[in-house]
Design a protein around this ligand. Structure first.
Ligand SMILES: Cc1cc2nc3c(=O)[nH]c(=O)nc-3n(C[C@H](O)[C@H](O)[C@H](O)COP(=O)(O)OP(=O)(O)OC[C@H]3O[C@@H](n4cnc5c(N)ncnc54)[C@H](O)[C@@H]3O)c2cc1C
Length: 386
């Protein structure tokens, strides 16, 4: 009987997992013993790290979007439909058009930035967490002719934790290069008592802020934004004015996870930190932003996890006890200005020691905008990614 591996969500994690499985199980697929199906609601694949760079003219739409089908190995069956229900008891996924059963399921539905959770956020603030918003922000930055820019985070967890810091550093550099730095005040709002969750990175980033005249306003949990008064109000009873606000919206799990009742209250799926199984379901795996794991929601995380999960499924199909386990590895670049970046690598056991900012890290991150499409998404070098 043919074994069905079904993947829901063809973003970073789902695409890499589908391709890896198609390589690992090449022979079994050829003999008709295994079938790999990927359900993805969009025909387009988005490379989200480009959204950080677009506002500064450092990347463009053509580097952020490509066809999903073209990234996938021929043996992966792509189903361009929206999943409406995942039933892990009876082992099927429903879409608007059909019902798909599975022997193994990988859930890779990502996370959703949701500005509607904070009053006034959509009307009063920019963000760069989707392509349209990033393009709008590019226009607003180009027109900005001085005043106060506030960059902040409106809730944890949010994907790519270094991105708000990187935006803050890049915006400072952007106006310095335009000879306008003396006309621009920059304030960074963060809900925690330091500028980043990991202490070593927070110290490192805070020193850069001090050197470059960026104000950190900490323990500032954004409650609402008043677009009329151009003011951001915190749950702590504080407030701050802005001329241009760039606020990362709160995140939640995908609609299908919430509607299927398989997530926690944020829509994150309870996941075993080592095996990546959905808790209590040996035939269901969760990768990428969709998990409830206490690690960074990042493309590199999804890449490392896709590698573990595809190995485990290939082992199971071949009747071997699954061996691969995830060690919590995450790898992220942190740009500190144009031409300079640092690298953060950490796992469950070892916290990050940020690398001294250098040109190579900057260059690698920029080159990676192309390597992602040709290497990572095609799963040619699993675990290489960011
Ligand atoms: C501005 C920005 C900068 C970033 N920079 C970096 C970086 O430098 N390094 C890094 O490692 N990470 C970075 N990230 C984070 C990274 O992009 C995400 O963590 C990563 O894409 C998560 O992969 P995923 O597969 O879990 O989810 P995604 O890649 O978001 O894919 C989820 C997929 O599921 C699909 N889906 C959802 N619901 C359904 C449904 N019901 N039916 C069918 N399909 C569905 C979606 O259409 C989507 O294609 C950045 C993110 C942003 C926004």
């Amino acid at each position: 009987m043919t074994k069905n591996v079904l993947i829901v969500g063809g973003g970073t994690g789902g695409t890499i997992a589908a391709n890896l499985l198609s390589y690992k199980l090449r022979e079994e697929i050829r003999r008709g013993e295994v079938r790999i199906q990927l359900i993805e609601q969009s025909k387009r694949h988005f490379y989200q790290p480009a959204y950080l760079l677009i506002p500064f003219g450092l990347s463009e739409v053509s580097e952020a979007v490509k066809s999903e089908r073209e990234l996938l190995s021929e043996s992966v069956e792509l189903i361009t439909e929206r999943a409406t229900r995942i039933n892990v008891e009876d082992r099927f996924v429903e879409t608007e058009k059909g019902k798909y059963t599975y022997d193994y399921l990988i859930i890779a539905t990502g996370s959703v930035p949701d500005p509607s959770q904070v009053q006034g956020l959509s009307e009063g603030a920019h963000h760069f967490y989707d392509l349209d918003s990033s393009l709008k922000l590019e226009e607003s930055l180009a027109k900005f002719n001085g005043g106060k820019i506030v960059v902040g985070v409106a809730g944890v967890p949010y994907k790519c934790p270094p991105a708000p810091l990187e935006f803050t550093f890049l915006v400072e550099d952007y106006f310095r290069r335009r000879h306008m730095r003396n006309k621009v005040e920059i304030e960074y709002l963060y809900p925690l008592p330091r500028v980043f969750p990991i202490e070593s990175v927070a110290d490192f980033a805070y020193n850069i802020m001090l050197e470059r005249g960026i104000k950190a306003n900490l323990l500032f949990n954004i409650e609402s934004v008043d677009p009329g008064k151009k003011e951001i109000i915190s749950m702590e009873g504080d407030s701050t004015k802005y001329d241009l606000a760039v606020i990362i919206p709160p995140h939640r799990g995908a609609d299908v996870i919430i509607k299927s009742g398989i997530g926690d209250k944020g829509g994150w799926i309870p996941t075993d930190r080592y095996t990546l199984n959905m808790k209590n379901y040996d035939d269901v795996y969760v990768i990428g932003d969709a998990t409830d794991l206490p690690i960074s929601k990042a493309g590199s995380t999804a890449d490392f996890e896709a590698s573990v999960v595809s190995s485990r499924i290939a082992d199971s199909i071949r009747g071997i006890k699954p061996r691969a386990v995830y060690d919590g590895r995450v790898m992220c670049f942190l740009l500190s200005k144009i031409g300079e970046g640092s690298l953060l690598v950490f796992d469950y056991e070892n916290p990050s020691k940020p690398v001294k900012p250098n040109f190579f890290c900057y260059w690698y991150k920029m080159a990676y905008n192309r390597l992602y499409w040709n290497i990572t998404a095609r799963a040619l070098l699993p675990g290489f990614g960011v």
